[in-house]
Design a binder for this molecule. Structure first.
Ligand SMILES: Cc1cc2nc3c(=O)[nH]c(=O)nc-3n(C[C@H](O)[C@H](O)[C@H](O)COP(=O)(O)OP(=O)(O)OC[C@H]3O[C@@H](n4cnc5c(N)ncnc54)[C@H](O)[C@@H]3O)c2cc1C
Length: 443
């Protein structure tokens, strides 16, 4: 009889693990339990469904439960795993559809329970009109609310708050973005935040930074946000104040967490318990610049985690190479990409770090339609080792970040960057690529 693999959570990490394991070892029995009504979807597309650019949530589905079944993978939606006994390798599952509890067994278990929104500890968040955006169900609720809404307040100017600000503006709402720190995208340095603020304001978003949100006012339905700087009227409030790894089940069964609070794994995504793996936003990664565990809850990372766990369960030898912290998002006309450490983060980590920030263009100055493009490089004084960087552009030019990410993976220096043979043609780059101009300036 084939071994039995059970996956808890069926989105990016879980679906990848299940599909990869079954593909590599068709003898495996593969079962996925998913608490919500949806599996295998691209949560990253949710803001674009809200904006109307993608015509419906179903477009985000990568594979339906039926398609999984045809692959030989049993997917059970609205099934929540409520307990795991790792000694007996038995799970207790609550079927929300039938309202019954039953038990199942596993030889291999993948914890892919993801992350959950952090609700700020202020009065009034339980009222109608207050939303988070994490899952398809969240997307459904917001889509229903949007036609009746006029004034939105978004708490938190991280990438999700910024993407949704754009979506809400595209739906004709008045939008106020409220951020406790002094700039949008507060985990990065000020110049990028300044560019973002300008872009947001140009598109009619009111940006309040350095504000403390004190309460959501209303009598059962939200009416306004009370802040240290004044009251913002709002009939729709989005809480985009961060997420936390969903580790409750893991902790209850004795799976060890790492220093970040997410599940600790080895390079093969194995946890401390025999036969138990973790993948996706619930798990840590190894950060190749910091050389320690790091929590990077992103979709591409979740897919790689899942694929690694699935390969290993199928009997292969797969290793996840770690992360350097690369990300990109769109805010109206700007594409903002970052990798590695900001100057602030690098200094906080004890590096003797410096940065340069330059403005160049995404094409030759004479090429019609070429636009400004900005590069930040963060590097270590003395060794000139690259520590991080950002590229802000009016489009795909921001994907230059991938060259920096590749260098960070290999502990590259400014000299390594200057030696790169980068692509050039007038529609795509000045003859000196903006990354090279920044590196020259740094030297
Ligand atoms: C609006 C938005 C935009 C994003 N944009 C990007 C982007 O542009 N780029 C990028 O890289 N990333 C992006 N992300 C992040 C990306 O979506 C996540 O990293 C990814 O979804 C993580 O997948 P996961 O499988 O680890 O976890 P999740 O997507 O959180 O899925 C975990 C699943 O486990 C289920 N579950 C939990 N506990 C149980 C249980 N006990 N029993 C059964 N099921 C359980 C949950 O119901 C959930 O469906 C975005 C996220 C959001 C919300």
């Amino acid at each position: 009889m084939g071994k039995r693999m059970v996956v808890i959570g069926g989105v990016a990490g879980g679906a990848s693990a299940a599909a990869k394991a079954k593909r590599e070892n068709p003898e495996l029995e593969v079962v996925v339990y998913e608490k919500s009504g949806f599996v295998s979807y691209g949560a990253c597309g949710l803001p674009y469904v809200l904006s109307g650019e993608i015509p419906g949530l179903e477009k985000l589905l990568a594979r339906t439960p039926e398609e999984f079944r045809r692959q030989g993978i049993a997917v059970h939606t609205r099934h929540e795993v409520v307990d795991v006994d790792p000694d007996l390798r038995v799970l207790t599952v609550f079927d929300h559809g039938e309202g019954r509890t039953f038990q199942d067994r596993y030889d291999y278990l993948v914890l892919a329970t993801g992350a959950k929104p952090l609700i700020p500890p202020i009065p009034g968040t339980e009222q109608e009109g207050v939303y988070t955006l994490r899952s398809m169900e969240d997307g459904e609720r917001l889509l229903k609310a949007l036609p009746g809404a006029r004034r939105a307040a978004i708490l938190g100017a991280g990438y999700i708050g910024l993407e949704v600000a754009e979506a809400f503006r595209k739906r004709g709402l008045e939008v106020t973005l409220l951020e406790a720190k002094d700039r949008p995208l507060p985990h990065w340095d000020t110049e990028v935040g300044d560019l973002l603020r300008e872009e947001l304001e140009r598109h009619g978003v009111e940006v309040w930074t350095g504000v403390r949100v004190e309460a959501l006012r209303g009598t059962g339905r939200v009416e306004a946000v009370e802040t240290s700087e004044g009251v913002v009227p709002a009939d729709l409030v989005l809480l985009a104040t961060g997420i936390r790894p969903n580790t409750g089940l893991a902790q209850a069964m004795g799976v060890a967490l790492g220093p970040t609070g997410a599940i600790a794994t080895d390079e093969g995504m194995r946890t401390n318990l025999e036969g138990v793996y973790a993948a996706g936003d619930v798990a840590e990664s190894f950060h190749r610049v910091l050389k320690r565990p790091y929590w990077l809850p992103l979709g591409d990372v979740a897919n790689k985690h899942g694929r690694t766990a699935g390969s290993n369960i199928a009997g292969q030898e797969a290793r996840f190479a770690g992360v350097v912290g690369t990300a990109i998002f769109k805010a109206f006309g700007l594409a903002v990409a970052t990798t590695g450490l900001s100057l602030e983060a690098a200094q906080r980590e004890g590096f003797r770090a410096r940065k340069v920030f330059i403005q160049s263009r995404d094409g030759a100055h004479y090429y019609p339609g070429s636009q400004p493009l900005w590069v930040e490089l963060v590097y270590e004084e003395g060794t000139e080792r690259l520590l991080g960087g950002a590229v802000v552009a009016h489009g795909h030019g921001a994907l230059r970040i991938n060259a920096l990410a590749a260098l960070l993976h290999r502990e590259g220096t400014l000299e390594d960057l200057l030696g790169l043979d980068l692509a050039y043609a007038p529609p795509y780059s000045p003859v000196w690529d903006p990354l090279l101009i920044a590196a020259q300036q740094a030297r």
